[in-house]
Design a protein around this ligand. Structure first.
Ligand code: TRP
Length: 464
C-alpha cells in the first residue's frame, strides 16, 4: 500500500491536467451529451414500445451506468495513462494478469467502430443545419419533411460529403490536443442546447398531444407489470436499454477512463459522476418529451427508426414564428454536441497510438481518423446503395451499432467493474473515491455484484 501510494504520487498525466473540476465535468458531459440523447434515445424508445423500455433504461443508468462510470474514472485517474496502458499498469500494481490490457484494447476498438457511424449521423445534422437556413421546412407538411429526409439519406454522395466534413473537423481538433477549445465549447453548448430543448418542449406542450407523448414514454403496460407474455418488452429490448445506457453515458470503452487520466487529485469522482449522469439523462428525457408529442400530432410512427428526429423536429420548427433561426441553431448545436462526443470517441485510440507507436499527435489523429472515415462509408451506403444488404441485425450500419452498443460496451463495462471491484484492492478504491462510508459501500456492492450480474444476465438472455 505504501509502495502503491508512492508510485502514484510520482505519476503525473502525460498530457496535462484539466484546469478545474468544472472543466472535467464539462468535458465528460460534452462527451456524454450528443446524438445518443437527442437522435438515438427517442428512436430506440419508440422501436421498443416506450414506457417499459424507458423504465428499464433508467434503471440501467442508475444501477449499472453510475457504478461503471465511477469505476472508469477511478481506474483512469489512478493509471494516469491511456486506457490500455492504465489497465496494464494497474494490473501489475495489483499483482494481476497483464491480459487486462485487452479491456483497454477492446475499448479502443469500440470507439473506432462507434465513431465510424456516429460521424455519418453527425453529418446529417450538419446537412440539416444548412437545409434549415434555406427555409425548406417552413410550413412543410409531414409528407414533405419525410420525403426531404429520404431524398437526403438516399444520396450517398451528399451524406458521404457531410461525413467527410465532420471527420475532417474532428481530426483537426483532436490533432491540436484535448484541452484546447473543448472546455470553452462545452460551456456554451450545453446550456444553449438545454434552452433550445425547453423551447421545443414548450412547443410540444402546446401541440395538444403532450399527454399522449407523456403516456407513451412513461406508462408501463399492465402486461409488463404482470410479467405476462403479452408485454412488448423482450430480452432483446432489455439489452437495447442496457446498451443505450452505456452508449449515452459514453461508458464501456475507456473514453471516460481516458478523461479521468487528466483529473486533478482533489476532485470528487462521486460528485462528478452524479453530475454527468443527471445532465445526460435529463437531456435524453427532455428530447423524448419534445419529440413524441410531435410524432403523435403528425400521425407519424414512433417506431420509424434512425430518421425519427429528422422527420419530427423540422415540422415543429417549420411552424414556429422564428423557425428558420431556431432550426438552424438547433442543428448547429446538435452537430456541436456530436463533435464534442466524437473527440472523446477518438481520443483513446489516438492516445494509444501516440504512446504505443511513438507517433506525434498529428500523425496518430490522421492515421486513426482516416481509418474511421473509410469504415464510415459502410454506414453511408447502408441508407442508399446497400440498403437492401441485410444480415444479422440488419444493414451494415445496424450491425455496427448493435455490435458496439449492445455487445462491446456492456462487455467491456462488465470487465471494468470487475477490475475496479475485485482486482483493485479496497485501499486503492477508497483512496481514489475518497470515501469509505455509505457511498463507498454502495458503490462496491454495485460494482462487485449487482452491475456484473445484471450485465451477464441480460447478455446471456438476449443472446439465447
Ligand atoms: N455518449 C455519446 C452520445 O450520447 C456517444 C458515445 C458513446 C460516446 N460512447 C462514447 C461519446 C464514448 C464519447 C465517448 O452521443
Amino acid at each position: 500500500m505504501l509502495n502503491n501510494q508512492a508510485s502514484k504520487e510520482k505519476r503525473a498525466s502525460l498530457h496535462g491536467n484539466w484546469s478545474s473540476k468544472m472543466a472535467f465535468i464539462l468535458a465528460v458531459t460534452g462527451s456524454a451529451v450528443g446524438l445518443g440523447n437527442i437522435w438515438k434515445f427517442p428512436y430506440v424508445a419508440g422501436q421498443n414500445g416506450g414506457g417499459a423500455f424507458v423504465l428499464v433504461y433508467l434503471f440501467c443508468v442508475i444501477i449499472i451506468g453510475m457504478p461503471v462510470m465511477m469505476s472508469e474514472i477511478l481506474i483512469g485517474r489512478r493509471g494516469r495513462r491511456n486506457p490500455v496502458a492504465a489497465m496494464d499498469l494497474l494490473s501489475k500494481e495489483e499483482n494481476s494478469s497483464n491480459k487486462w490490457r485487452w479491456v483497454g484494447i477492446m475499448g479502443v476498438l469500440g470507439g473506432v467502430l462507434i465513431l465510424s457511424y456516429y460521424s455519418v449521423i453527425a453529418g446529417w445534422t450538419l446537412g440539416y443545419a444548412l437545409k434549415s437556413i434555406t427555409g425548406v421546412f417552413v410550413n412543410a407538411s409531414p409528407q414533405a419533411v419525410s420525403s426531404e429526409f429520404s431524398n437526403f439519406v438516399g444520396n450517398w454522395k451528399v451524406i458521404g460529403f457531410y461525413h467527410t466534413l465532420f471527420m475532417a473537423l474532428t481530426i483537426f481538433f483532436v490533432a491540436r490536443g484535448v484541452e484546447k477549445g473543448l472546455e470553452r465549447a462545452v460551456k456554451i453548448m450545453v446550456p444553449v442546447l438545454l434552452i433550445l430543448m425547453l423551447v421545443l418542449l414548450g412547443y410540444a406542450i402546446k401541440s395538444g398531444f403532450f399527454g399522449q407523448g407523456l403516456l407513451f414514454m412513461f406508462s408501463v403496460p399492465d402486461s409488463c407489470i404482470a410479467l405476462s407474455h403479452e408485454c412488448p418488452l423482450t430480452w432483446n429490448s432489455v439489452l437495447v436499454a442496457l446498451g443505450q445506457a452505456f452508449f449515452t453515458l459514453s461508458i464501456g470503452m475507456g473514453a471516460v477512463m481516458a478523461y479521468g487520466a487528466y483529473l486533478p487529485e482533489e476532485t470528487s469522482i462521486i460528485g462528478a459522476s452524479a453530475a454527468v449522469v443527471t445532465a445526460d439523462t435529463g437531456i435524453a428525457i427532455l428530447a423524448g418529451l419534445a419529440i413524441f408529442p410531435l410524432v403523435f400530432a403528425n400521425g407519424l410512427d414512433p417506431a420509424d427508426g434512425p430518421g425519427l428526429v429528422f422527420q419530427t423536429l423540422p415540422l415543429a420548427f417549420g411552424q414556429m414564428s422564428d423557425g428558420v433561426f431556431f432550426s438552424t441553431i438547433f442543428f448547429i448545436l446538435l452537430s456541436f454536441a456530436a463533435w464534442t462526443s466524437a473527440i472523446a470517441l477518438i481520443e483513446p485510440a489516438v492516445a494509444w497510438v501516440i504512446e504505443q507507436f511513438d507517433k506525434t499527435r498529428t500523425q496518430a489523429s490522421l492515421i486513426i481518423g482516416i481509418l474511421i472515415w473509410i469504415l464510415g462509408f459502410g454506414s453511408v451506403l447502408s441508407f442508399n446503395l446497400l440498403k437492401n444488404m441485410i444480415f444479422l441485425a440488419g444493414t451494415f450500419f445496424d450491425n455496427v451499432d448493435y455490435l458496439t452498443s449492445n455487445i462491446i460496451l456492456p462487455f467491456v463495462g462488465l470487465l471494468i467493474t470487475i477490475f475496479a471491484g475485485w482486482i483493485m484492492s479496497s485501499e486503492s478504491s477508497i483512496d481514489e473515491l475518497d470515501n469509505s462510508g455509505f457511498i463507498y459501500k454502495s458503490w462496491r456492492l454495485l460494482a462487485r455484484y449487482i452491475a456484473p450480474i445484471g450485465i451477464i444476465l441480460v447478455l446471456i438472455n438476449a443472446i439465447i
